[in-house]
Structure formats: structure tokens, C-alpha cells
Design a protein around this ligand. Structure first.
Ligand SMILES: Nc1ncnc2c1ncn2[C@@H]1O[C@H](COP(=O)(O)OP(=O)(O)OP(=O)(O)O)[C@@H](O)[C@H]1O
Length: 276
């Protein structure tokens, strides 16, 4: 973990003061003037720049289809920008060798919408998979880590179940356990709240906050659920029309006088964002 304030798990104004005092200038993830267009369509990212603050939970908000998942795939090096730079851990991810890019990716944990579990493996083997593939740990070491991680997400009683034998919320928690198993410096969540009822959403947000407080690291959570963003965020980024129209401390974002940011965060029907 690359975290000076990680065990503190910065929450609330006091946490943020501590964060900026110790950590203000460190940015593991930086995007500079990133453009991305698919085929002959209109640009999805159109000059997006942002420096994500380390050792905090950032939520990225924006309307449907605005490019949040595309942004996440750029951060983890799964998509290459047409123009611009994506720098992770101080290196331009597209100017390093493929082998180095693969090494950089190992420092990320990603939780995709449905948990992205292997259907043919039980939960234990799903969580053990990255350790078996990328480390030379013994099976008894792996067992200890896997059981700890599954316990942390409340799934120690479901280790032998297959993904299709458990609920969507449990699949997300199992995906979370797997995303954390390599002790990543950065964890990316692609709409962890999608398809969950409000209570399960709240519980998952609590789990994310709690795991961040325990393990530290830089968490980036993509969502369009404003309630989740309020619960989770140390920092908020708002994406619109291919750009990061706002990035800053959560309180600042929720008090923004930018017409779009205000409309989106308040969920107002009136404002620059319409149905198109
Ligand atoms: N591989 C791809 N090829 C072509 N178009 C793509 C590809 N990936 C994404 N897009 C397009 O990019 C746009 C942004 O998609 P993206 O999934 O990033 O939006 P989003 O903000 O995550 O949306 P939502 O909140 O609905 O999940 C969409 O128009 C989508 O069709």
C-alpha cells in the first residue's frame, strides 16, 4: 500500500484537513487532455484532465452514457487514448512496454458491475485465482488470505458456493474480496450499486468505507447514485460532455455553483441537462 494516511481512513472535514496536509501533492492517477472517439461517432472523452487525490475515496459521477466506464478503462490501461496522457504511479501507461503495463495493472483492483466472477469456480477459488496466477504463495498462505478477505466481506459461510447460487449483492461482495486480494494501491469500482436495493446499496457503501479505513489506498468509485456519492466521497469528480467539469472535495462539489454540477448533484429536472 502506498498510503501515509491509510490507516486513518480520511473521513469528514477533519480527515480531509489531515489528507491535504500530508498528501496534497501526490497523485497516483493523472489524466491530461485525454480524447477518445469510437469509430465514426462523436467523442466520448474530449480533452479530459484530472489528478485524482491519493489515499482517498473519489466518486466519479455523471449522466448515463457520458463515458464513466470508458474513463475507468483508460485508468487501468484497458483502453488507449487517441490523444493525451494517462499517467499511473508516475508513468505514462502507454509509453511503457507491454510487460511493464501488465505489472502496473497488477497494482489495481477492479470491481466490475456484476463482480465479474468466473462462473465455473466457487467463491474460494475465485478469490484465490489472482494469488495463484500472480504470486508463488503456498496453498496454506493463500488459504489464510482468501479466508480473511471473504470474512471481511461477510462471505465466510459461502466459500463453496458458485456465483450463480448467490445473490447479486453477494456477488459484488465476492468481487470486492477478489479485487482486494493482491493488496492493490488503487481500487476501481464500476457502479458497485447497480442493481442493488437501497438497503443493500447502503450496506455495500458502508463496507467500501470500512475497507478503505482498514486498508487505505486510492479508491475510485463510478456511480450515478447521488446518495452513494454522499456516503462514500472524500472527493467528487463530475463528468459531462467528455470533460471533468468538476473535481474537488465532496463538500465543495455539493455546494458548487456550476449550473450542471448543481443540477446533477441535486437531481433537478431543471438545468442544462435534458433528456438527450
Ligand atoms: N468499446 C466501445 N466501442 C464503441 N463504443 C463504446 C465502447 N465503449 C463505450 N462506448 C460508447 O461510449 C459511450 C460512453 O459509454 P460508458 O459505458 O463509458 O458510459 P457510462 O457513463 O459508464 O454510462 P452508464 O452510466 O449508463 O453505465 C457510450 O456511447 C458507449 O456506447
Amino acid at each position: 500500500m502506498s498510503s501515509s494516511v491509510s490507516s486513518a481512513g480520511p473521513r469528514g472535514p477533519a480527515g480531509l484537513a489531515e489528507l491535504s496536509a500530508t498528501n496534497g501533492d501526490r497523485h497516483t492517477i493523472r489524466l491530461k487532455n485525454v480524447h477518445k472517439t469510437f469509430g465514426g461517432g462523436s467523442p466520448v472523452l474530449a480533452g479530459l484532465s484530472v489528478d485524482i487525490t491519493d489515499d482517498a475515496i473519489t466518486t466519479i459521477l455523471g449522466p448515463s452514457g457520458t463515458g464513466k466506464s470508458v474513463l475507468l478503462k483508460h485508468i487501468v490501461g484497458l483502453l488507449e487514448p487517441d490523444v493525451g496522457e494517462v499517467s499511473v504511479f508516475g508513468q505514462d501507461i502507454w509509453r511503457v512496454s507491454e510487460v511493464d503495463r501488465f505489472e502496473l495493472r497488477k497494482r489495481f483492483g477492479v470491481l466490475f458491475q456484476d463482480g465479474a466472477l468466473f462462473g465455473s469456480m466457487n467463491l474460494y477459488d475465485n478469490v484465490a485465482f489472482p494469488l495463484r496466477k500472480h504470486t508463488d504463495k503456498s496453498e496454506s498462505e493463500i488459504r489464510e488470505i482468501v479466508m480473511t478477505n471473504l470474512k471481511e466481506v461477510g462471505l465466510e459461510g459461502a466459500v463453496h458456493r458458485a456465483p450463480n447460487e448467490i445473490s447479486g449483492g453477494m456477488r459484488k461482495r465476492a468481487g470486492f474480496a477478489r479485487a482486494l486480494v493482491m493488496r492493490p494501491d488503487v481500487v476501481l469500482f464500476d457502479e458497485p450499486d447497480s442493481g442493488l436495493d437501497p438497503v443493500r446499496t447502503r450496506l455495500l457503501c458502508q463496507l467500501i468505507t470500512q475497507m478503505h479505513a482498514e486498508h487505505g489506498g486510492t479508491y475510485i468509485v463510478i456511480t450515478h447514485d447521488i446518495a452513494s456519492a454522499r456516503t462514500l466521497s472524500d472527493y467528487v469528480g463530475v463528468l459531462w460532455q467528455g470533460k471533468m467539469v468538476h473535481y474537488g472535495e465532496a463538500e465543495e462539489a455539493f455546494a458548487s455553483d456550476n449550473a450542471f454540477v448543481r443540477q446533477f448533484l441535486a437531481g433537478d429536472a431543471v438545468g442544462p441537462l435534458g433528456m438527450d
